[in-house]
Design a protein around this ligand. Structure first.
Ligand SMILES: O=C([O-])CC(=O)C(=O)O
Ligand SMILES: [Mg+2]
Length: 560
């Protein structure tokens, strides 16, 4: 027994008391000795007489399926990951389409909302504003510094479309890294989920006695930047081989910190670049089908973005490559894109604009503000409507019908997450376009029967991109993540559809093939890194494509 200062709550105010306590477990057992624990053969008598691995997998699956609520499934799987990581990842790999929506979008959104209430064991690293000046010390507490290769870092300020969740954002970092492991075979012990606690502006959490984060509003921009500079410096000093994925920072900060660090460290922003790349990939496949139906060239597509936050503008920037790949200049590509924000069509004559919207702001419209989406569609005549607004149902039946009235095969991508914030459902998109829609959403929707055929929705979620991109960054030991590497990930994904998927009109490959796809993406990204000279693993340079792909596959970790 030791005497420790224990925090407790009274009337919403945190106080400390001296109390006897057993030595706290600093990390859960799985954080100390992940995976290896199950690799050791247990002594006779310490496990049931018959514990067949495949039967046990079925047992776990049955336990999972016996839970009614998705959040209960999430809690069950979190416990399984902690107790038996090999079995957890085996189940993930063998049941990708069933398990991904539980450990990731959309259920991870609920897990974040409820994190402080469902919390059981520590997982990941928490770095708070109170650690400013001493961040090195906190980072050095991570138990597997030498093995660390990939970290997902969030500050919880814009989790999915759910807003500022503060330290409750931790499950998003955990969920993304589970997909790195399942989807690209990154070794579990190489992953570092991080949640930065810089306060929260969500009063509900500040008032919640169970909230796990600091009881304070978010710090000023200046203080945050000082903190981030120190954090990034210490991360690169402690983990020289680490690649960092920024996740779910609020719009301005997402752009700001990507620009600030992208040429200095190996970082990328999943919401700007990952989402951009996955949408470009689906768009490439959709545009081919749409142009085949309309007889119009690929270069004539016109894209309307509903939502102009970090994800919207990030995707718009990435989709410029769609046009430049068709031979258009950058300026011509820019002019094929229109943005709509909360005040309607974004155009210069409207007045002051946020910095990140300026590039796509139109100079060819000077009329009155245009706020009605149907009116905007009639004005712009887009071939594609992309939603990144987190406004549920913003693509009303009338909006969808208007898109169908001007396009033989309209492209509709309601990309907001989680599912309940989607701009429209797949069922509505099918119904109001008479089955002609080319559809991808951020969260998963069920397939639809339409006039005797099964129609499949695409899931334009960055989960297709980041595992392969991260794997390439690790294997290539890249010094930074360049635009061409991100573009290569997108083209690698677009090219990965097999014959059956083409025949079914899919825009993205089946998620069950994620490892194969991640391998192909990683190969394309490593080649791009080599062309740009940001790769530091010289041994990969002499390999031909077949051998490079073989090596990538061999490097992937698989559950035993
Ligand atoms: O996490 C997801 O499903 C996709 C994503 O990055 C976001 O919506 O912020
Ligand atoms: Mg995100």
């Amino acid at each position: 027994m030791t005497i420790v200062l224990t925090p407790y709550w009274t009337n919403g105010v945190q106080k400390l008391k001296l109390a006897p306590q057993r030595m706290p477990l600093l990390f859960s057992p799985s954080q100390w000795i992940p995976i290896r624990r199950t690799a050791v053969k247990p002594k006779r008598g310490l496990v049931p007489p018959i514990l067949d691995e495949s039967v046990h997998a079925l047992r776990c699956l049955n336990q999972l399926r016996s839970k009614d609520k998705s959040i209960e499934k999430y809690i069950y799987l979190s416990a399984l990951k902690d107790q038996d990581p090999n079995m957890f990842y085996k189940l993930c790999l063998e049941n990708m389409s069933e398990i991904t929506p539980v450990i990731y979008t959309p259920t991870v959104g609920d897990a974040c909302l409820q994190y402080s209430h469902i919390y059981r064991r520590p997982e990941g690293l928490f770095v708070s504003i109170k650690d400013k000046g001493n961040i090195r010390e906190v980072i050095n507490n991570w138990p597997r510094i030498d093995e660390a290769r990939i970290s997902v870092v969030t500050d919880g300020s814009r989790i999915l479309g759910l807003g500022d969740l503060g330290v409750n954002g931790m499950p998003i970092s955990i969920g993304k890294l589970s997909l790195y492991i399942a989807g690209a075979g990154i070794r579990p012990q190489s992953t570092v989920p991080i949640c930065l606690d810089l306060g929260t502006n969500t009063q509900k959490y500040l008032d919640d006695p169970l909230y796990l984060g600091l009881r304070q509003k978010r710090v000023s921009d200046k203080e945050m930047t000082e903190f981030m500079d120190e954090f990034m410096h210490e991360m690169s000093a402690a983990f020289p081989k680490l690649m960092i994925q920024f996740e779910d920072f609020s719009t301005d900060n997402a752009f700001k910190y990507l620009e600030r660090y992208r040429n200095k460290y190996a970082v990328f922003n999943d919401d700007i670049q990952g989402t951009g790349a996955v949408v470009l990939s689906g768009f490439l496949n959709a545009a081919k089908l749409s142009s085949a139906a309309s007889g119009q060239p690929l270069s004539s597509h016109r894209i309307l973005f509903f939502g102009a936050g970090s994800a919207g503008v990030g995707v718009a920037q990435q989709l410029m490559s769609f046009f430049t790949l068709q031979g258009l200049s950058k300026e011509e590509a820019r002019r094929r894109i229109w943005l709509v924000d909360s005040q309607g069509l974004v155009y210069n004559a409207r007045g002051r604009l946020a910095e990140h919207k300026k590039y796509f702001s139109r100079d060819d419209y000077n009329g009155a503000p245009m706020t009605d989406l149907v009116e905007i569609i009639k004005h712009v005549q887009p071939t594609a409507l992309l939603g990144l607004s987190t406004i549920t149902g913003a693509f009303t039946p009338e909006v969808i019908q208007t898109m169908a009235s001007i396009n033989a095969r309209p492209i509709l991508f309601p990309l907001s997450n989680p599912i309940r914030l989607s701009e429209c459902s797949f069922a509505d998109a099918v119904q109001y376009t008479n089955g002609s829609v080319l559809f991808a959403s951020g969260s998963p929707f069920p397939e639809q029967q339409f006039r005797g055929t099964t129609l499949y929705p695409g899931q334009g979620n960055n989960m297709y991109i980041f595992p392969g991109l991260g794997l390439a960054a690790i294997l290539g030991r890249v010094s930074s993540v360049t635009d061409s590497m991100v573009e290569a990930s997108s083209l690698g994904l677009a090219d990965s559809l097999n014959d059956e998927e083409h025949a079914q009109g899919l825009l993205y490959p089946r998620i069950e093939r994620i490892r194969e796809i991640s391998g192909q993406i990683a190969k394309a990204v490593i080649r791009a890194a080599q062309r740009e000279g940001v790769d530091r693993n010289e041994s990969l340079r002499g390999l031909n494509d077949v051998d490079l792909l073989k090596l990538i596959r061999e490097k992937m970790w698989t559950p035993q």
